[in-house]
Design a protein around this ligand. Structure first.
Ligand SMILES: Cc1cc2nc3c(=O)[nH]c(=O)nc-3n(C[C@H](O)[C@H](O)[C@H](O)COP(=O)(O)OP(=O)(O)OC[C@H]3O[C@@H](n4cnc5c(N)ncnc54)[C@H](O)[C@@H]3O)c2cc1C
Length: 434
């Protein structure tokens, strides 16, 4: 019997160590930050907690040991992330995005690029090192694999061969961490660019690393209703010159997007579970203690008891799906595009409604800002929308895999490998250009 859901002694240590860090360090900082009206100040208020997390090795924990990272498995990262998210999901998003910026090098970069850029993150000796993942655009992210060069990604990188550089022009909207602590840029930003103006999304995209201090970039912070402790920005690029050796995945930027949002999909899923668990813990305690003027606590009402069992079952099921997806991705170096996408859509959508069910248990007091439920609700609204929105990007990815003859309903339960291919992309794009 090889199926085993029991945490090892090390995993329990990780879980409870992370819970203590979340409650003692992240919670007070996040409560202060969430209440600040200026979004950049909110992000900055998390810097001391981030520095403590860095001293523990958290922002580089999932990077390969070979390049100085912690070599943490996806499954172990799930266990740690749930604990942080049960307190505040914005803070671990800062940590996660460091990974989204650097993990693609391990899949698509050269050995030299991995040593240089991942090495810089793991051995800088600094505790405030930040990396950004820069893909989303105002004019549409979900259509990044559209066959027209004028749809999808429009940040253009023209090759100036004579000077050995790429010249970037355009705009990005929503990247996390990318502005850095001082709005002068993260230490490095991994940008998805169009390197061929004549080709569509499956053929014309690449990835390029833009170092802090590169002239020609402006950053403007976005104010948002949830995940206020992480930073999102609009980035404007005007004739930004980047050395050509910083480019990788030439013509395969689409594959970088799909694999990266697969790796992060399970983390976003467990983040949704973490937030729902936090809301459930509060609602359960409320139901056991609040009488509503009656003789006994409201948990004794059948309606309340029934709903609580449904809430608990959904959270348990969602968590185990996250562990399964993470386990599969540990087996195949994060090639699990359909399972990762199904994990993200299932958990993101379901946990959002579970948080509302928890509010129904608490009743009207759930909207009183002195209780944590209103924050859990604002946080839960983000899950179906971010990290490659559920409605199009993630579902289209799973759909494309399922349409392939190599996919079978037994693929994931049998833990069989399944290589993601360009032919699985482009499902659901409308080929004509408006
Ligand atoms: C907290 C947070 C953190 C984030 N971090 C980052 C980050 O680090 N880096 C980054 O680059 N981005 C980041 N984002 C942005 C985010 O990941 C994506 O931009 C977003 O998930 C894509 O949104 P969308 O699906 O609404 O895309 P859009 O392209 O804006 O689509 C808008 C609508 O059109 C629909 N649609 C478009 N095309 C199709 C189609 N072909 N078929 C069906 N429907 C379609 C979509 O489903 C959606 O309903 C972050 C966002 C948030 C809130």
């Amino acid at each position: 019997m090889s199926i085993d859901f029991e945490l090892t002694a090390e995993q329990k240590k990780l879980k409870y160590g992370m819970r203590e860090f979340a409650q003692e360090v992240v919670r007070p900082a996040a409560e202060r930050a969430d209440a600040l009206t200026d979004p950049q100040e909110a992000f900055l208020a998390m810097k001391p907690a981030f520095e403590q997390a860095s001293a523990m090795g958290l922002p580089t924990s999932f990077l390969p040991k070979k390049y100085g990272g912690g070599g943490l498995s996806n499954v172990d990262f799930m266990i740690a992330a749930e604990e942080l998210c049960a307190v505040d999901p914005g803070f671990p998003t800062i940590v996660l995005v460091n990974g989204l910026a650097l993990m693609p090098l391990t899949w698509f970069g050269s050995e030299q690029q991995c040593e240089k850029w991942i090495g810089q993150a793991t051995s800088s000796g600094r505790t405030d090192y930040l990396a950004g993942w820069v893909v989303s655009e105002r004019g549409g992210t979900a259509n990044f694999d559209h066959p027209s060069p004028t749809a999808g990604i429009q940040l253009v990188a023209d090759h100036d061969k004579a000077n050995g550089e790429y010249v970037l022009n355009g705009e990005k909207h929503w990247p996390c961490n990318a502005g850095g602590w001082d709005l002068q840029g993260a230490d490095v930003n991994l940008c998805i660019v169009r390197t061929d103006r004549t080709k569509g999304g499956k053929e014309g995209l690449s990835a390029i690393l833009v170092e802090r201090g590169t002239p020609g970039i402006e950053y403007e912070v976005i104010d948002k209703i949830g995940h206020r402790t992480c930073q999102n920005v609009t980035m404007t690029f005007r004739d930004v010159r980047v050395p050509e050796e910083n480019l990788f995945a030439h013509g395969d930027g689409d594959l970088v997007i799909n694999r990266n949002f697969t790796w992060s999909g399970s983390v976003a899923s467990i983040a949704a579970v973490g937030v729902a668990r936090g809301a459930y813990q509060f609602a359960l305690n409320w139901a056991r203690t609040f009488t509503g003027g009656g003789a006994r606590p409201i948990i004794n009402h059948q309606a309340v008891g029934n709903l609580l069992t449904e809430i608990a079952a959904k959270i348990e099921a969602a968590r185990y799906m996250c562990w399964k997806a993470a386990h599969y991705m540990d087996m195949y170096d994060s090639e699990g595009q359909a399972l990762g996408a199904m994990n993200k859509t299932f958990c993101g959508d379901l946990m959002q409604s579970v948080v509302f069910d928890c509010m129904r248990i608490v009743g009207v007091n759930a909207v009183d800002k002195k209780f944590p439920m209103e924050k859990y609700y604002r946080e839960s609204l983000i899950f179906p929308l971010y990290d490659a929105g559920n409605l199009a990007m993630q579902r289209r990815k799973a759909w494309g895999v399922m349409a392939d003859a190599e996919f079978s309903p037994d693929t994931f339960v049998d833990c069989d490998p399944l290589q993601f291919k360009k032919s699985m992309e482009g499902y659901g794009v409308m080929a004509e250009v408006g």
